[in-house]
Design a protein around this ligand. Structure first.
Ligand code: 8YV
Length: 288
């Protein structure tokens, strides 16, 4: 198959594809398989296209329905990034809750000039309540890690679980692990964000669009809550207002960014392409 990849995806498996074109999604008649990282695909620009293999579990930007209608198969990389994303979630929970980045900045600025025995206090982690919005594969990995920190865990899930409003009002820390869909877009709107407890901590390693970003900025500017944010509504744009705030920790969409996980993602992407070429069943097809 003639393959176009939007970048050289990490790890040795990539080389098994042989002669791959690497570059942006520009119209081409010959391309039969696209390797993308959630970039929108316009099938009319690739008349020979038969397969889109996404490097990532979330495929919200690709336009899966339009592709499926044209008989183009789509695959993703579920499972292999659960641990890495759960670990980054905990890094953000710990950093935001214990003011780690703020402390680092104060040390670097030469502002640590005496004992802070009487200041720079944060809220204890152990004994607090963690609310997981979306108890799927990644949410469950976050929940397993919560046991070690002795947290009480609440959760919502696609079907079942508790009501979201109740979870928001009862949690000290809220972390989002839902896919971006029509139902979850703007799920944490201004009203729901206002339900968060004073001093609560909100962490998002899922998708920026699940939270009303302007409303989140307002809550953070008001200093009412803390946050750890890995994903944004218009990546790589980060709202200016967030950059100078001490009560938010910002990372550049790093959830799956460990060498081991990214290489495992490439392995799945490549195995899907090879399976398609051999006429075998796809490993991880996206079903619509
Ligand atoms: C990205 C992700 O795909 O899996 C997902 O849904 O968002 C990530 O793994 C990855 O960061 C490459 O952009």
């Amino acid at each position: 198959m003639k393959v176009l990849a939007t970048r050289r995806y990490p790890g040795p498996a990539f080389d098994e594809l042989g002669d791959v074109a690497v570059g942006p999604l520009q119209p081409r008649d010959d391309v039969e398989a696209l390797l993308v990282a959630n970039e929108p695909v316009d099938a009319s620009e690739f008349p020979a296209l038969r397969l889109v293999a996404n490097f990532g579990v979330g495929y919200d930007r690709i336009g899966v329905e339009a592709l499926t209608e044209r008989g183009i198969a789509v695959t993703n990389t579920p499972g292999v990034l659960d641990a890495a994303t759960a670990d980054l979630t905990w890094a953000l929970i710990l950093a935001a809750r214990r003011r780690v980045v703020e402390g680092d900045a104060r040390v670097r600025a030469g502002e640590w000039t005496g004992s802070w025995a009487d200041g720079f206090l944060a809220e204890e982690l152990s004994g607090s309540t963690l609310g997981i919005v979306g108890l799927g594969r990644i949410g469950s990995a976050v929940a397993r890690r919560a046991e070690g920190f002795e947290l009480r865990v609440l959760s919502t899930r696609r079907s079942g679980g508790m009501a979201l409003d109740e979870l928001l009002a009862e949690s000290d820390i809220v972390t989002i692990h839902a896919p971006l869909t029509a139902e979850t877009q703007g799920l944490l709107d201004a009203r729901r964000l206002s339900l968060l407890r004073d001093g609560a901590c909100l962490v998002n390693t899922a998708r920026g669009e699940i939270v009303d970003e302007d409303a989140l900025v307002r809550e953070l500017v008001a200093g009412r809550i803390r946050a750890g944010v890995d994903v944004f509504a218009h990546e790589p744009h980060v709202p200016d207002a967030l950059v100078s705030l001490p009560n938010v920790v910002l990372t550049p969409h790093l959830g799956s960014a460990t060498r081991q996980t990214r290489e495992a993602m490439t392995r799945i992407v490549v195995d899907n392409v090879l399976a398609y070429e051999r006429g075998e069943a796809l490993l991880t097809p996206v079903e619509t």
